[in-house]
Design a protein around this ligand. Structure first.
Ligand code: ZN
Length: 92
């Protein structure tokens, strides 16, 4: 079976912009810290995950937000911070 069989081909762009501003084939990109070797891209990803962590905590701090949602947001923020730390690790 080819990928087209699963109907995912149309959802995946052929090319993507990297954190350092290059246009590369999408298949060459990764969101896994272990796979990203470009320093500029690692720094970019680190910043984005830090922003994401701050964002989910900020939006759930609004009055009226349920405790359950706040707890889930806190866990999500922890995961984003962990990913950010992994992008920061390995930089000299
Ligand atoms: Zn890069």
């Amino acid at each position: 079976m080819t990928a087209a069989t699963f109907g995912i081909v149309g959802d995946i762009p052929a090319r993507a912009s990297t954190g350092c501003g290059l246009q590369v084939p999408y298949v060459m990109t990764s969101t896994r810290p272990d796979n990203v070797t470009c320093l500029a891209c690692r720094e970019f990803a680190q910043r984005r995950y830090l922003e994401l962590a701050a964002y989910v905590e900020q939006v759930t701090r609004a009055p009226g937000t349920g405790i359950d949602l706040r707890e889930r947001a806190a866990r999500a923020a922890e995961e984003y911070l962990d990913i950010a730390r992994r992008f920061a690790a390995g930089q000299n």
